[in-house]
Design a protein around this ligand. Structure first.
Ligand SMILES: [Zn+2]
Length: 171
């Protein structure tokens, strides 16, 4: 549910919450500000976090969960943000169970470029795993075939979140 972003971010500024604002070219800050860029694949946004379907999903339902603040290290998350993130990711697993019924999940960060983090803005990957999915050798060989358009994924998740909304933590 997009918020009237100006009032909201203004109040964050007043709280001195946003340090350094938006670095040049940060794609996740751009998604947060919804100014331009990639197709809108957001499925959830609240005061602290935004959830988007990965434009280049490893699997159907591959989500990125990132803080509204431009942080590059998970140690910079406040306690409130960390608790909120935990509740949010737990809720997303419930939603994905309902929409995609995966048999397992990979959940984690690639923090820093050496670890494969191509976007400096801290983001948590939630990757549903399915039996009999394409193996890593096929991925490397470029044989991966998308089995669901990310926009379709986003629509399915939005619908499910509409029926089972995430209840915001108290900020
Ligand atoms: Zn950013």
């Amino acid at each position: 549910m997009p918020q009237g972003s100006h009032g909201y971010f203004f109040s964050f500024d007043k709280m001195d919450y946003v340090r350094g604002k938006r670095p040049e070219g940060c794609i996740l800050c751009a998604i947060r500000d919804a100014t331009s860029g990639p197709p809108d694949l957001c499925v959830h946004r609240d005061d602290l976090f935004i959830v988007t379907v990965n434009l280049y999903p490893y699997n159907p339902g591959h989500l990125l969960v990132f803080p509204a603040r431009h942080l590059e290290d998970l140690r910079a998350l406040s306690r409130v943000e960390a608790a909120h993130l935990h509740d949010l990711q737990a809720h997303l697993l419930t939603i994905l169970d309902r929409t995609h019924a995966p048999s397992a999940y990979n959940i984690g960060y690639n923090m820093g470029s050496t670890a494969g983090g191509s976007i400096p803005h801290l983001h948590l990957h939630v990757i549903p795993r399915f039996p009999n999915e394409t193996g890593i050798a096929d991925l490397i060989a470029g044989k991966r075939i998308l089995v669901e358009d990310p926009r379709v994924t986003a629509e399915r998740l939005r619908n499910e979140l509409g029926q089972l909304p995430f209840s915001k933590a108290t900020v």
